[in-house]
Design a protein around this ligand. Sequence first.
Ligand code: SAM
Length: 470
Amino acid sequence: MRGAALSVEAMTESMFLNLPVQLPNKLINSLQNIPGFDEEAFRKAHESVEQVTSIRINPAKKFKIQKLQSKIPWSELGYYLDTRPSFTFDPLFHAGCYYVQEASSMFLEQAVKQIVDLSEPLKILDLSAAPGGKTTHIQSLISKNSLLVSNEVIRARANILKDNIIKWGCENVFVTNNDPADFSQLENYFDVVVVDAPCSGSGLFRKDADAIAEWSLNNVQLCSQRQQRILADVLPCLKKDGLLIYSTCSYSSEEDEDVVDWMTAEFPLKNLRLAVEENWGVVEVKTPAQNHCYRFWPYMLKGEGFFSACFSKTEGGIQPAIKPKRNIEPASKKEMSIICNRIKDEGFQLLKFAETFYALPEKLVAELNLLQQYLRIIYCGVETGQVMKEKLVPAHALALSNLPNADVERTELNYEQAIQFLQKKELPVTLFKKGWQIATHKNFGLGWVNALANRVNNYYPKELRILKDI
Ligand code: SAM
C-alpha cells in the first residue's frame, strides 16, 4: 500500500523527484489488453524527466494566480505551473492559498459536478482522505451548509490531514480517525461517499520511485482484496440514491475494472456515466459488465495514472432516528462574549472540548453530537482557542480561517519577514503594535504573534515551522 507517514512537506514535494524509472515487466505484461495502453508510449513517458507540476487554488481565500498559467481542462480550480517553484519558501503555500495536487486526481471535480446536486446541503464522507487532496477539493465545491467527514485510518496520517484542513481554513469539515468498518453503524447516513482507495500505486511511478520497488503482482492482489473489504464496509452508510465515487492511482485492472464489476454484481449499485470531452485525453472504458470507467494515461494527457468510476445506490432504508446520548458542551454566555469579540457573527456555535473552543456552523452541531457517538473525531469546525483570565488565547487555526472579524489586529509582513515568521525565528519589536495580532503576507493570515514591550512571541506551531534556510 502506498503512502506511509510522511511530513506535510514531503507528502507534497517528494512527488517531484526527477528519477529515471525501471518498470516491472510483470506490470507491463499485465497491462497489454487494457484500453488505451500503448507500451512504447508508456515506457517513453516513464523515461522522460519532464515533470508536470500542478496546483489547485483555494476559492475561500480569494487567491488569484498572478501569472497566466494554463488551466487543467477538467478542473475550474486547477492550474499547471510552467516550472516547479519551491513551495516550502512560498508563504502563500503555508497560508493555504493553494494545494499542490497531481492533475489527473482533480477529475474528481467532474464526478462531483456532474452527479451531485451541489445546491443541496449534503453529508459527504471522504473515507481515505490523507493528506487531504480530495477533501480540500470537495470542500471547495460544496455549500457552507454541507458537512464533509474527512476520514483517515492511520493516526499519523490523520494528523497531517488535520493540519491541511486547518491550513485550508474551512468550517464544515470533521476530521475522523476510523476504520471503514466503523462507518457501517451509520446506516443510510451519507449522500455521497468518496473512496480514493489505498492501492499498489503504479500510477505514481513517475513521481515516486519507491513505489516501483514495492510493486508486485501479489501486492496488486492484496490491494484488490483490501479495496473490496473497504467498499463492503462503507456501503451501508450510503443512503438510497446516494452517490459513490471510487478511484485509485493504479493501472492494474484487478484494482480498477474488476473491483467495479464486483461492486455492481454484489451490491445494489448502478454505474453512472460521465460526460468527458474528447480533447481531454481521458479514456472511457467499458468493463465486461458494461460499466463505464475513466482511465488516465500519462502519454495521453498532462497528468499521472488514475482511474475513476461513479455509482448510485439503488436500495436502502431510511436512516434510523438516533438520539445522541450526550451533547458536546456549548460555551457559556461569558465565554461566548469573550470569543465573539474576535470572530464574525455568521451563524456559528461555540463548543468546548477539554477547555478548547471550536466554532461550528449551527446547522452542523446536531450532526457532531450524533457522530461523536460512533466516530473518533479529532478535529471539527475551526479551533478558536482557550479562554484564560477572561481573554481569548487564540488558536493557530483561527488565523488561517475566514472567521476573525475586522477588530482583530493584523500586521503585514514582507517576503523575508514572512519566511522568518514561518521559520519561527525572532522578529523585530518595531514591526508590531502591542498585543495579539495575525501576521499576514499579501493579506493572507499565516499565524499569530503577541507583541510585548520588549519582545515578540511568535506563535507559529513548532511542528509546522520551516526547518531549512533559503
Ligand atoms: N484521498 C487522498 C488525497 O487525495 O490526498 C489520498 C488517499 S491515498 C490514495 C489512500 C489512503 O488510504 C491513505 O491515506 C492510506 O493511509 C489509507 N488507507 C490505508 N489502509 C486503509 C484501509 N484499510 N482502509 C481505509 N483507508 C486506508
